[in-house]
Design a protein around this ligand. Structure first.
Ligand code: GLC
Ligand code: MG
Length: 435
């Protein structure tokens, strides 16, 4: 929460499964577009919050399978657990607050009366969340009956039915909406109320997000029936909420545009696919880094057509005396770098190779000089499996020293020094990270 000195320009609070992450797209196309947009324009002054039904264990599993950015805040287990920063420090005060008219043992005991409820895995049972699977048509009816039973036992709970199959029982004070309201209250106390909040969801456990006062909201095109129905019955006339025409992260980008919350053209959509140049302003160091790694991905996938133009471009953005230090500590000159890149052309053709940056930060260290820091990730489809969970991620913590060179014709950013260090969370250290 303290990463930003000022109020966030935009705070995105997004569900993960089938909202940020499209499980029908192994290539993660719209998620990567969102990532590029966020790192290029928003990371510096905005907040990214993931709000998921998943427990910490299954959230971590998803992060190993999909190219998710590191959020500033993580709300897990349907708004019963809140964690801060990339170290995921948990908010114990929140959990104390939930412990009101709640008794987990009584909940478990009462649910035994309903044979329709099939318990979910152990990992998804949490101190303030008891979860089941249920057949589609039985959900709403069991939810009502169960609420009554628990009320008679002196508890005050919330029964949430999602995706036509999941049923969660939580304390009344919990839920995705309550957790967001709690965070917004904290921001207010710190004098850092975000200028705009955009909530994004697709299923039943997201409904609460859309009733938080004053937020913008997007239900992605693929939203579940139970969410759309709730919307039709409860909020229809709220102009700050939209049902997108695009799926998942594509719908989030669409909503940023519709509500004019800031830039909504992902660098992945601006950059000339065949060549290497883009017609947009290139003196923004954040944009420069994001663009470099999008082009690098396309180069290795064999999707860049003007090869010599790209290599010339690469040469032109590197200082003649510039140096790149790879993850083994080897230094390489500009010429070695360009030659190395030449050799990699199309080596990932026909694969799901991807490259993205995460957690980009920049400090100006003199006039027209910046030190950029970020984690750079690459994902390779491993041959043993074609599913996305078969992808292998490799990461480096990268630092770049960049300066702005003023020319009569056009100003341009020059890369002076690049340093890659192996990242702890990287799942394989076998290959060197040169770029
Ligand atoms: C996630 C959780 C599950 C929960 C569902 C709906 O899938 O893993 O426990 O029931 O979200 O909230
Ligand atoms: Mg979802």
């Amino acid at each position: 929460m303290d990463r930003l000195d000022d109020s966030a320009k935009l705070m995105i609070v997004s569900d993960l499964d089938l909202t940020m992450v499209d499980h029908d797209d192994d290539e993660n196309t719209s998620l990567l577009k969102f990532n590029a947009l966020w790192e290029a324009y928003y990371r510096r002054n905005s907040l990214l919050v993931f709000s998921t039904g998943r427990s910490p264990t299954s959230y971590r599993k998803l992060r190993r399978e999909r190219p998710l950015l590191t959020p500033d805040l993580t709300i897990m287990s349907v708004g019963t657990e809140i964690a801060y920063g990339d170290l995921m420090v948990s908010d114990d005060k929140w959990e104390q607050f939930l412990n009101w008219k709640w008794n987990r043992d009584v909940v478990v005991e009462e649910t035994l009366r309903f044979p329709e409820l099939k318990p979910q895995s152990e990992t998804e049972q949490r101190p303030f969340k008891v979860s089941f699977f249920i057949e589609k048509d039985k959900g709403p009816q069991v939810a009502d009956a169960l609420s009554d039973c628990l009320e008679k036992r002196g508890l005050d709970v919330k029964v949430i039915y999602s995706s036509g199959i999941a049923l969660d029982i939580l304390p009344k004070r919990a839920g995705k909406g309550e957790a967001l309201a709690y965070l917004l209250k904290k921001f207010k106390a710190d004098g850092k109320v975000p200028a705009n909040v955009l909530v994004c969801g697709d299923s039943g456990n997201d409904t609460e997000l859309f009733s938080v006062p004053n937020v913008y909201g997007v239900m992605v095109s693929n939203a579940q029936e139970e969410l759309l129905q709730w919307y039709a019955e409860n909020v229809k006339d709220n102009l700050k909420i939209t049902h997108a025409t695009e799926r998942c992260a594509g719908g989030i980008i669409e909503a940023i545009g519709r509500f004019q919350l800031g830039p909504n053209l992902s660098p992945r959509d601006i950059i000339d696919f065949k060549g290497c140049c883009c017609k947009v302003e290139t003196t923004d160091p954040y944009f420069e880094v994001v663009k470099f790694y999008v082009l690098y991905e396309r180069w290795r996938r064999g999707e860049v057509e003007k090869l010599e133009v790209y290599l010339e471009h690469l040469k032109s953005i590197f200082h003649a005396e510039g140096i790149v230090v790879d993850t083994s500590g080897n230094e390489r000159s500009r010429e070695e770098l360009v030659d190395g890149m030449r050799g990699l052309y199309g080596d990932m053709k026909g694969t799901q190779f991807r490259s993205w940056v995460d957690g980009l930060s920049s400090s100006e260290i003199g006039s027209d000089s910046w030190l950029l820091k970020f984690n750079k990730w690459e994902s390779y489809s491993s041959s043993s499996s074609l599913s996305s969970s078969g992808n292998q991620f490799m990461g480096s913590s990268t630092t770049i020293l960049m300066t702005l060179q003023r020319k009569v014709s056009e100003d341009g950013l020059i890369w002076m020094h690049v340093h890659h260090t192996c990242l702890d969370g990287s799942h394989s250290h076998q290959e060197l990270q040169h770029f």
